[in-house]
Design a binder for this molecule. Structure first.
Ligand code: OAD
Length: 235
């Protein structure tokens, strides 16, 4: 591709699968053994904060032990070398795009963050959070993971909508297209005539709306796609 406009890339759990972090909806995924209603809603946290903290403590430990894979590094390389902006939006909360040197809008929050439900203060989460943790600013025992739960509004939406409105190419990588609003980004840009590409290990429920598809494991196909864009051999 020789036209050099803004590229918007949405990533999901599939981009981190080869870093050893589980996806959600694959057969061995996180939601196969855990009910969303018990760990990933504000109601679940109000009912049983210790259980919700235990779930995110487990995921925080796994993310801290994980390393970025070739797909994360390739996307960071694209951000560095593409002559126009490359906006990386991720639903992932693992921080692996940043660990690879990339800059991502983390629309579903971050495992590395703590949030006070009382005053809105944000700070770095300890590895193990508990319902007894106090907000360092207001002192309330209302500390929660800085994670967007089902029923809550994702972060950075105004900025994301603006980027979706003026990009040249929209790419969805390793996401099943099951969770809105992210699942609707592809259809939204397609309606405006913007080119769309889906990169995934398998077809998804929203594959039909994309102009082009690359099927394969992210660690292999993303570096190859980036190299092709940058017109050079995969690093
Ligand atoms: P899903 O688990 O729903 O989908 C993962 C996608 O990655 C699937 O389409 C797989 O085919 C694909 N995949 C798996 N391994 C891959 C690999 N090695 N290379 C390329 N693709 C691969 O995860 P998400 O779409 O990210 O939200 O899920 C979206 C949201 O649902 C998450 O952010 C989370 C979850 O509930 C909240 O918790 C709010």
């Amino acid at each position: 591709m020789k036209t050099c406009g803004k590229i918007v890339i949405l990533t999901g759990a599939g981009v981190s699968a080869e870093s050893g972090l589980g996806t959600f909806r694959d057969t061995d995924g996180l939601w196969a053994n855990t009910r969303i209603e018990e760990v990933a809603t504000p109601q679940a946290f109000a009912r049983d904060p210790a259980k919700v903290h235990a779930f995110y403590n487990m995921r925080r430990r796994a993310a801290a032990a994980a390393r970025p894979n070739a797909a994360h590094f390739a996307l960071a390389r694209l951000q560095e070398h593409w002559p126009a902006p490359v906006i990386l939006i991720t639903q992932n909360v693992d921080g692996l795009h940043a660990a690879a040197g990339g800059a991502a809008l983390q629309m579903h929050g971050a495992l590395s963050g703590a949030l006070c439900a009382e005053c809105g203060h944000r700070w770095s989460a300890p590895v193990e959070m508990t319902p007894r943790d106090l907000c360092p600013r207001c002192g309330a025992a209302a500390t929660r993971p800085d994670i967007v739960w089902f029923g809550e509004m994702p972060l950075h939406m105004a900025e994301i909508e603006a980027h979706l409105g003026d990009c040249m190419l929209f790419v969805a990588i390793g996401t099943s297209g099951a969770v809105y609003p992210a699942a609707g980004f592809g259809a939204g840009v397609a309606r405006r005539g913007i080119e769309t590409l889906e990169i995934n290990a398998a077809a998804t429920d929203v594959s039909a709306i994309f102009d082009r598809h690359i099927i394969g494991r992210a660690s292999q196909v993303v570096p190859a796609w980036v190299a092709q864009l940058l017109d050079r051999d995969p690093a």
